[in-house]
Design a protein around this ligand. Structure first.
Ligand code: FPP
Length: 247
């Protein structure tokens, strides 16, 4: 749920990113798609630290969607292996840099090895406070809403006790404010089932930059655009209090 208000600071508290374009980046270089994902991990590590440097408190990234299982087996297993390697390669650096790691998504389908690696990453960084990196893995926005409803029903929540705040307590990102800024790289202009509940009032920013090329210049361009947006949360435009309407 949002704890934002009309006086949002120019720096977003929470940024969400769909890291798209790894495959095309690799193809342009006549390399296998896996190579693009590998470079994508480096771009992610860079971006976490850049966000922390700019005072962003939460970064949530889409690493593997509920629908990504439809990709060729070779690519799926390559991605799973890459994530395992990335955790062991970068965990100590991210932990030392004050990054708290959380994983959101359905863990039941992932291997025991990966589940253990996620747990270790979460456990070893749980006291860090500089920035929270939430990695959405085997995640879908519809899955998230459904799993929250199921948990609420299992808890015996009465229908008249169910409101937005009550359901939000069961959502995967219940520990974070709603994303203020939602970035998608790679040139596609869609949300692709990411954070459907939480992004209701996020500012959307689409970039043609392919994810492995995402760096400080692209991040700062997105932040500058965000600072220019007039956030209304369903209210009226700032400076036009007498006009009705606006989303
Ligand atoms: C989309 O590009 C990217 C993905 C499906 C994977 C993103 C994953 C990472 C960057 C690695 C994350 C790693 C950790 C440790 C969390 P695409 O393959 O759809 O690219 P395309 O649109 O050019 O084909």
């Amino acid at each position: 749920m949002s704890d934002s208000n009309d006086a949002s600071p120019p720096i977003p508290r929470h940024v969400a990113i769909v890291m798209d374009g790894n495959g095309r980046w690799a193809k342009k270089r006549f390399m296998p798609r896996f190579f693009g994902h590998k470079q994508g991990v480096d771009a992610l590590v860079r971006t976490v630290l850049s966000c922390a440097d700019r005072g962003i408190e939460y970064l949530t990234v889409f690493a593997f969607s509920s629908e990504n299982w439809k990709r060729p087996t070779e690519e799926v297993s390559g991605l799973m292996g890459l994530v395992l390697v990335a955790v062991s390669k970068y965990l100590s650096k991210l932990a030392a840099d004050g990054v708290r790691i959380r994983i959101i998504g359905d863990r039941r389908q992932v291997s025991d090895k990966l589940r253990e690696a996620w747990l270790q990453a979460e456990e070893s960084t749980r006291h860090n406070t500089r920035i929270t990196l939430s990695v959405a893995f085997n995640y879908g926005g519809r899955w998230d809403i459904l799993q929250a409803c199921r948990q609420a029903m299992d808890d015996g929540l009465a229908s008249d006790a169910l409101d937005e705040a009550a359901l939000n307590r069961y959502m995967a990102l219940s520990y974070a404010p709603d994303p203020d800024l939602f970035i998608r790289t790679g040139g596609e202009v869609r949300i692709s089932n990411f954070l459907l509940w939480q992004a209701a009032y996020s500012e959307l920013y689409f970039s043609d930059c392919l994810w492995p090329e995402f760096g400080d210049a692209e991040l700062d361009a997105a932040l500058a655009e965000y600072a220019r947006r007039d956030r209304r949360f369903g209210g009226v435009p700032s400076g036009a209090a007498s006009l009705a309407g606006g989303a």
